[in-house]
Structures are given as structure tokens and as C-alpha cells.
Design a protein around this ligand. Sequence first.
Ligand code: PXP
Length: 237
Amino acid sequence: MVELGVNIDHVATLRQARRTYEPDPVRVAIVCENGGADSITVHLREDRRHIQDRDLRLLRETVAVRLNLEMACEDEMIRIARSVRPDQVTLVPEKRQEVTTEGGLDVAGRIDVVRRCVEQLLEVGIDVSLFVDPESAQIDASAATGAGAIELHTGAYAAANHRERPGKFAALELAGARAIASGLALHAGHGLNYHNVLPVARLDGMHELNIGHAIVSRAIYTGMEQAVREMKRLITS
Ligand code: PXP
């Protein structure tokens, strides 16, 4: 069955808008679990614009499902991950000025650096997933790093208009099949919402979807537990 990772960064973004103590992502993570989340995902960014070190530590102590930490392939982050020990790290590229993660990790272009990060995480028992664009070269390079999974960047598919979308979806299908054939677990995320998620959830071998913006947005209307429950029902239908 496809698993749902709920990305709760936006909860921390709202809190940081006032530098106060609410809403608390730690409390929201528990509500997400009640709604059926299979994992909780947070991105600890170098500039700490949303999730804080305190959040990560407390989530590690409180989350009962899997904890997935998105982070850059940097020494500081590797140190933090090795100390906090999330169940999984998803390595992502990170630029200071970007609004959100813009492209996939260039594993093919930086394979030695990525392989070194992967090794340091695997060494302490953390599963590793690499967030990559749906391109053959990136999938093949990912398999060569020793990582156990890739997360396909679905941003281009999600942003495509109805004419472009079949082509973008075909790229996901091809890349997904290549990942599975290489023995990698298949994850996907970015820009997925209640309208575009189903074809991605039904890709052969899909194991995990990481979804944030759409769920937190819907939660404004319906409450978080209900928003998570609706997405879980949809991706497992
Ligand atoms: N996966 C990765 C690697 C991401 O960086 C993000 C955004 O933080 C997501 C999934 C979730 O994207 P969205 O918020 O658009 O659902």
C-alpha cells in the first residue's frame, strides 16, 4: 500500500511569522498520525526559516510513525542527522533564496559528495532517499550511491498544463520503472494535491508520497486530522 508522509514545514512557517510558540509542529504531528500519516516529514534548512532544531529533537521523541528529515548534503546537517537519528533522511538540494526546493539533487554531477553523505547516514542506521528529477542519469547515479530509495520530483508534473501533463507524467513513469528495476524504493513528492495525486500514487511500485502544501492548506478549512484522512483515503483507493 502507498504510504503517506505528511510534510509539516508550513506549520512551522506560520509559527515563525510571529516568532512565537504556536502553531506547534510537534502537536500537529500527533494529529497527522491520528489522521493516518505513515510518516512525518520536516525540512531543516540552513537558514532555519521554518523547522527549528528544537522541533526536530522533540519530533524524534514524540513521533510514533517514521520520521523523515529532508536536508542538504552538508556537514552540519549530517552531524545533526547522525545525532538525532531520524528513521530516514531525504537528501535535497538547497539554495538560500528559493521559496521552496526548486530542482532535484544533481546526483550524477556530484556523485562523490552524495555517496559520502549516503555512507555517513547508512553507517548509523538511517535509511536514505535521494530527491531527484525524473531523468535516467539521476536514477542510475542514485543507485550507484548505495541509497535505498529515490523520491521523484513531481513539481514539473504538478505545474504542467493539460497539454504538457501527459509528457511530464510519462517521464515519471519511465523514471519510476528504472528506479524499481535498479532495486531502489520509489517515493515521490512536490506539488502533489487532491486533484493530481492519484496517477502518481498508482505508478507501479510506488511506496511513499510526501505531501505538505496541499494538506496544510486544506487543514485551514477542514482541520488537520480530516485533511490527512482524506489524502490517505485517496492514495490508497
Ligand atoms: N518532497 C520534497 C523533497 C520537498 O522538498 C517538499 C517540499 O518541502 C515536498 C516533498 C512537499 O512538497 P509540497 O509542499 O509541494 O507538497
